[in-house]
Design a protein around this ligand. Structure first.
Ligand code: SAM
Length: 220
């Protein structure tokens, strides 16, 4: 199977066994669409993966950069214990409001804090005294090397940093490609290459959102 239709059908098949129907997440997606937000949230399968990752890390504190309508935030926050905390950063005030509504309706408002503003500034103001177990980077790619450096500072040792949309249909690896996203991704790869403080791999994925992939890095 090589087309988006095939990959979408395949995701639907697997999801039908492993991911129960979820009215809360469906409504989150509907509200995002109604608010005119682009359909760029993680897929149900990747959302579930993030949730399982948070569970397996026994995560109590999770940081997300790029909230959109709160879809991945809800997936992650559901894995947290009662006293757990997800901090998620969003540039656009109106977008953050949509996310807050969705998070509230998901019954997760007490565990989730949405902070509005440019993530680079918010991250720079955050203290590392209470380190995070997991960081999910899913905002603009231009500032990704900055986000990654801050994530490294704020995550615990052996904590995990996941960076979404690293592969972009193979474009990141194609030198003829120079859209606004790929330079940040390539700079991140360059910096991780010689970084003794992290160990990382990129895992490619195909699914209902096409061919992409994420970087999975651990803080040494
Ligand atoms: N993680 C979300 C999900 O899966 O449901 C999707 C996030 S979407 C791909 C990227 C988000 O990052 C957008 O809502 C965008 O407004 C936000 N963003 C873009 N630039 C940003 C910045 N400089 N600081 C904070 N957020 C930013």
């Amino acid at each position: 199977p090589t087309t988006l239709d095939d990959w979408t059908r395949s995701d639907a098949y697997h999801n039908s066994f492993l991911i129960p129907k979820d009215p809360v997440l469906e409504h989150t997606r509907e509200r995002a669409e109604a608010a005119g937000l682009p359909p760029i949230a993680v897929t149900p399968a990747v959302g579930k993966f993030l949730q399982l990752l948070a569970f397996s890390l026994n995560a109590k504190r999770v940081l997300e950069v790029g909230t959109l309508a709160g879809y991945s935030a809800i997936c992650l926050a559901r894995a947290l214990p009662d006293d757990g905390r997800l901090i998620t950063l969003e540039l656009v005030k109106e977008t953050a409001e949509v996310a807050r509504q969705n998070i509230e309706e998901a019954g997760l408002a007490s565990k989730v804090e949405v902070i509005i503003g440019p993530a680079a500034e918010t991250l720079a103001s955050m203290s590392a005294t209470e380190p995070f177990d997991l960081v999910f980077l899913d905002a603009d790619k231009e500032n990704l090397p900055i986000y990654f450096a801050e994530a490294k500072r704020l995550v615990r040792k052996r904590g995990v940093i996941v960076v979404d949309n690293m592969v972009r249909n193979g474009r990141t690896a194609d030198p003829s490609y120079t859209d606004e996203h790929v330079p940040g991704l390539r700079r991140l790869l360059e910096s991780v290459k010689d970084d003794p403080e992290v160990n990382a791999t990129t895992v490619s994925t195909v699914g209902e959102k096409g061919y992409d992939g994420f970087m999975y890095a651990i803080r040494l």
